[in-house]
Design a protein around this ligand. Structure first.
Ligand code: FES
Length: 320
């Protein structure tokens, strides 16, 4: 019997264009080398790119999606203190190079509403730009875009967003933007989406505690730092051998499993690349990654950032 193709297998894509959007953000346009259509996606989706130095990083797609796009466009923020993936994409990638790209996934989908408040901080504008474009094309909802950056020089797509009516706020000139006027009135016909640094996400969550939680959607695209796994201790049971591994607070399950000599891969250690994926056989997990979608959370677990709700989790290597 012929096996089905693996739709999650990486695509080999060519860099068709690169543009320095700001001193720290480069825009990469990725296409199929033969010009064929790429797997479809909807706004809010991201792809995982393997940089020339071997590190894998996830990036939101910056354009509205569709069933058969001919290109993926990503904005890469240069992160000097990171694990080197973004610096390699900035310094080592030229037009014509080919990169491995895992097909789009969407952990931040646009759900139906009559009104949207889209809030972006810094490079968090990439999914918000795609969402705004998709909503404009649909034309059936009221959309407000709030874009917070430090200065005009560090603001990608500044003119485009202003022309589209976005509120663009530079904190170096005018201090913090008070978001309360847009969030004061909870509205069951509205949804709030926010992508940006953790501090902005926390502010938006604090300002929307009186909203129904299902109407507020946040995404920290820096992922979760491996040094910030926190959480209560739990026991990871390695199903193939029955070995019990204690995972202390402040230590990731990935680190604990590796210290115990168990063969678990990892790369980004931030819940974004998908490399460390395990099977969740039993127990209740607190999923903190950007890899698994809702359906996959029942049977998957990313040990680099996710924790347990139950006292123990039974884990196994991925199948296949
Ligand atoms: S190591 Fe990248 S998702 Fe866990």
């Amino acid at each position: 019997m012929r096996s089905l193709p693996d739709v999650r297998a990486p695509l080999r894509l060519r860099v068709a264009a690169r543009e320095e959007l700001t001193p720290v953000v480069v825009l990469l346009t990725l296409v199929a080398p033969d010009g064929s259509a790429l797997p479809g996606y909807a706004a809010g989706a991201h792809v995982t790119v393997t940089a020339p130095n071997g590190h894998r990083r996830s990036y939101s797609l910056a354009e509205a999606g569709g069933p058969a796009p001919t290109r993926y466009v990503i904005g890469v923020l240069r992160e000097e203190g990171g694990r080197g993936g973004s610096v390699s994409l900035h310094d080592d990638v030229r037009v014509g190079d080919e990169l491995d790209v895992a097909p789009p996934r969407n952990a931040f989908p646009l759900l139906p509403a009559r009104r949207y408040v889209l809030i972006a901080g810094g490079i968090g504008i990439t999914p918000v730009r795609a969402m705004a474009a998709e909503l404009r094309a649909r034309g059936d909802a009221e959309v407000t875009v709030l874009f917070l950056t430090r200065s005009p020089e560090l603001t990608p797509w500044l003119e485009e967003l202003r022309e589209q009516g976005a509120v663009v706020h530079h904190s170096a000139e005018r201090g913090r933007l008070d978001l309360w006027p847009w969030l004061a009135e909870p509205d069951d016909d509205a949804r709030v989406y926010c992508c940006g640094p953790t501090s902005l996400l926390e502010e938006v969550r604090a300002l929307t505690v009186h909203w129904r939680p299902s109407r507020v959607h946040t995404e920290d695209f820096a992922g979760v730092s491996a040094d910030d796994v926190g959480g209560a201790p739990f026991t990871a049971v390695w199903q193939p051998t029955g070995e019990r591994v204690e995972v202390p607070a402040g230590t990731s399950a990935l680190t604990a499993l590796r210290r115990a000599g168990l063969p678990v891969d990892g790369d980004c250690e931030a819940g974004t690349c998908g490399t460390c994926r395990l099977r969740l056989v039993a127990g209740r997990a607190h999923h903190r990654d950007l890899v698994l979608d809702d359906d996959e959370c029942a049977g998957g677990f990313m040990p680099c950032v996710s924790r347990a709700v139950s006292e123990e989790l039974v884990l196994a290597p991925p199948t296949g």
